[in-house]
Ligand binder design. Structure first.
Ligand code: SF4
Length: 315
C-alpha cells in the first residue's frame, strides 16, 4: 500500500515516521523530506530509529487530546475528565502551533475525537501548514458515519479494541461497542483509510492477542499495535490487578504468528517514557519514570512550548 509518511533530517540523519504504526525508521537510501508517499512494505523493512539516540529538538511524535468527552466509560481510561476543553478557536490555534513545531507525527485522541465536528479541519490545519502526518485514535463507535469525511484529512485511523471477541471487548467498553467498532473498521477500510487496530494488553485480555491479529487480517486492517497499560487516570485503580510487566508483554508478543501483510508493534511502558501529550486545555505533559508518572503541565502558547527544554526524545 502506498501512503503518506513524514520524513525529516535530524542532525544529518533521515528519519521516517509511520502515522499508522507510530514507529520511526531509518531509510538506507535518500528519501525526499516532508510529507512523502512511500510503499508501506518498504518502510516496514527499514530499521527502527531509537529516538533517545537521535535527540531531536521536538518530539518525533506526540498525542493531542483536544476533547475529554467520550460516549463510552471504560474502567481503564487514562483521561482526566475534569480537564477544561479548549474552544474551537483555541483548538485551531493549537493545531497551528503543532503544525510548525517540528513534530513528525500527531495522533489526535481524546476522549473520543470523532465527537468533534471540526476534527477534519484540525487535521488538515496540521497537515497543510507543516510536514507532519496525522492519525486519530477512536473507539470506533462513530467511525462508519465519519469515515468518508476523514479520508483525505488524516493519514491513518487507529481503532481501540480490548479483545477479539464481543464478550471480552464489551466487558471493558460496554454493550454494542464491539459491533460498532467492527462496523466502523469496515467502513473506514472501504473508504481507503489505513486502519491500525490498538489493543491495551491486560492480564484478562492478552490471551486474545493472536485472535486480534487474525481479526485485523479478516477486516482488512493493516496492522495491530499492542500497548502496555499505563497506571494513569482511571486505570490507576485497576493497575495492580491488570498490568503485565514489559517482559510478560514481550513474551505474548513474541509468541504471535503474524498474518502476511499485517504490521505489528509492541509499545512497552519503557518505550512510552518521554512521550509528549497535549491536553484538551492546551497544557502539555511528558510521560516519565517508565510512563508511570507525568511531568508538570506546561501551557502551549506557541510552537516553542512543544519543544520542551527537557524533551530529549520522542517515540
Ligand atoms: S478509554 Fe477511550 S473509549 Fe474508553 S472512556 Fe476513555 S476515551 Fe473513551
Amino acid at each position: 500500500m502506498i501512503r503518506f509518511f513524514a520524513a525529516a533530517s535530524i542532525d544529518g540523519t533521515t528519519v521516517v515516521h509511520d502515522p499508522a504504526v507510530g514507529s520511526n525508521h531509518l531509510p538506507p537510501q535518500p528519501v525526499p523530506l516532508g510529507r512523502v508517499a512511500l510503499d508501506e512494505r518498504q518502510v516496514a523493512a527499514w530499521p527502527e530509529a531509537d529516538p533517545a539516540r537521535l535527540r531531536p529538538s521536538a518530539p518525533l511524535s506526540m498525542c493531542w487530546s483536544p476533547i475529554v468527552r467520550c460516549n463510552l466509560a471504560c474502567p481503564h481510561c487514562l483521561d482526566d475528565k475534569t480537564v477544561r476543553e479548549s474552544t474551537s478557536t483555541e483548538r485551531q490555534a493549537l493545531a497551528g502551533h503543532i503544525a510548525v513545531s517540528g513534530v513528525l507525527g500527531v495522533d489526535i485522541s481524546g476522549g473520543e475525537p470523532l465527537l468533534l465536528g471540526d476534527l477534519p479541519h484540525l487535521a488538515r490545519a496540521i497537515r497543510e501548514h507543516g510536514r507532519a502526518v496525522v492519525s486519530c485514535t477512536t473507539n470506533g463507535w462513530h467511525l462508519a458515519r465519519r469515515a468518508e469525511e476523514l479520508t483525505g484529512a488524516i493519514d491513518a485511523v487507529r481503532v481501540s479494541l480490548d479483545g477479539a471477541t464481543e464478550a471480552t471487548h464489551n466487558t471493558w467498553r460496554g454493550e454494542e461497542s464491539f459491533q460498532r467498532a467492527v462496523t466502523g473498521i469496515r467502513g473506514a477500510v472501504r473508504t481507503g483509510l489505513r486502519v491500525q487496530l490498538q489493543m491495551v494488553l491486560m492480564r484478562s485480555t492478552h490471551h486474545e492477542a493472536q485472535a486480534l491479529l487474525d481479526l485485523a487480517a479478516q477486516l482488512g486492517a493493516g496492522g495491530v499495535t499492542f500497548l502496555q497499560m499505563l497506571p494513569i487516570g482511571d486505570g490507576a485503580s485497576i493497575a495492580a490487578e491488570q498490568m503485565l510487566t514489559d517482559d510478560q508483554a514481550r513474551d505474548t508478543f513474541s509468541a504471535l504468528d503474524i498474518p502476511d501483510g499485517i504490521r505489528v508493534r509492541l509499545r512497552t511502558r519503557g518505550s512510552a517514557d518521554g512521550f509528549t501529550v497535549l491536553r484538551a486545555d492546551g497544557y502539555a505533559w511528558r510521560n516519565t519514570g517508565g510512563a508511570t508518572a507525568i511531568t508538570a503541565f506546561i501551557p502551549v502558547t506557541g510552537p516553542q512550548d512543544l519543544r520542551l527544554p527537557t524533551v530529549r526524545s520522542g517515540s
